[in-house]
Ligand binder design. Structure first.
Ligand SMILES: [Mg+2]
Length: 272
């Protein structure tokens, strides 16, 4: 669920070139599929807030933890350094089990005594969930850009690696109830980066994969998966270099994908 660079991924691009080729022409596209978490909404920020609130309820000693150490543990929880979420997506853990495993790792990293480092299921399910939902928020300009894409006559869908029902509720809470096509990890028989959810999204939108953008923050799930399925991969990458207007998409020859600093960059491709 992170955007950590990956190596060894396919070197053939959706445009048919290699990563060392010149930048291809901006894509012709009829539809766009978005990842949800950390692409359309700032889930990381919501996770930070919910972790901080819940860990303080779980363990009174948290009040004495240095802020820097708390921040480090919070980031470890949110970034899931141990890969518990991947085990959930793979069907090895339940959603609650992966969350509790991440909380346990973080509590031990904070130095909580063992009797306080066993996450309380009810607390982490009910309280954490209430706080995290209260912090669900779209990134700036997201609602506006999605509306502009829709107004241009292009299809809009979501392909996400959590179960459809949970992600549907999240999208609806964010005002995206009009996005009819939402493919969850349980919708198409396999999660990203398997081609199935990308192709299911295209089919539901009635769009050709080669004329469909896939925008996401994960090189592993979104970029590599979209490329393998024949879509145009666009990496949501706030660290991307600027070119022209600050938000315009840039071609990343090393990774063979387009990079967006922010969703507003899609406007450059709406004007075409
Ligand atoms: Mg994501």
């Amino acid at each position: 669920m992170s955007g950590a660079p990956v190596t060894g991924q396919a070197t053939t691009t959706a445009a048919g070139g290699s990563p060392s080729s010149p930048a291809p022409a901006p894509p012709e596209w009829d539809a766009v599929l978005f990842d949800l978490d950390d692409t359309l909404l700032d889930l990381r920020a919501a996770q930070h807030a919910a972790f901080d609130a819940t860990v303080r309820r779980q363990w009174a000693g948290a009040a004495d933890v240095a802020p820097a150490r708390m921040a480090e543990a919070t980031e470890a929880f949110a970034s899931d350094a141990a890969g518990h979420y991947e085990r959930y997506v793979a069907g090895e853990l339940t959603f609650e089990q992966q969350r509790l495993a991440r909380a346990a790792d973080a509590l031990r990293a904070l130095g909580a005594p063992e009797e306080s480092a066993t996450p309380l299921g009810a607390l982490w399910t009910a309280d954490y969930e209430e706080v995290v939902r209260g912090h669900w928020a779209l990134f700036p300009a997201t609602a506006e850009v999605l509306a502009q894409v829709r107004s241009s006559g292009r299809g809009v869908g979501i392909v996400t690696n959590n179960v459809e029902a949970y992600q549907r509720a999240k999208a609806d809470a964010l005002g995206l109830e009009w996005v009819d096509v939402l493919i969850g990890s349980d919708t198409a028989g396999a999660p990203k980066p398997d081609p199935a959810p990308f192709l299911a999204g295209c089919a539901r939108l009635g769009a050709e994969p080669g004329r469909t953008l896939m925008v996401g923050d994960s090189l592993t799930h979104d970029v590599a998966g979209a490329r393998a399925a024949g879509l145009v991969p666009v990496w949501m990458s706030p660290a991307a270099p600027a070119r022209g207007a600050a938000e315009d998409p840039v071609w990343d020859p090393e990774r063979g994908c387009w990079r967006l600093r922010a969703i507003g960059g899609l406007r450059a491709w709406l004007r075409r």
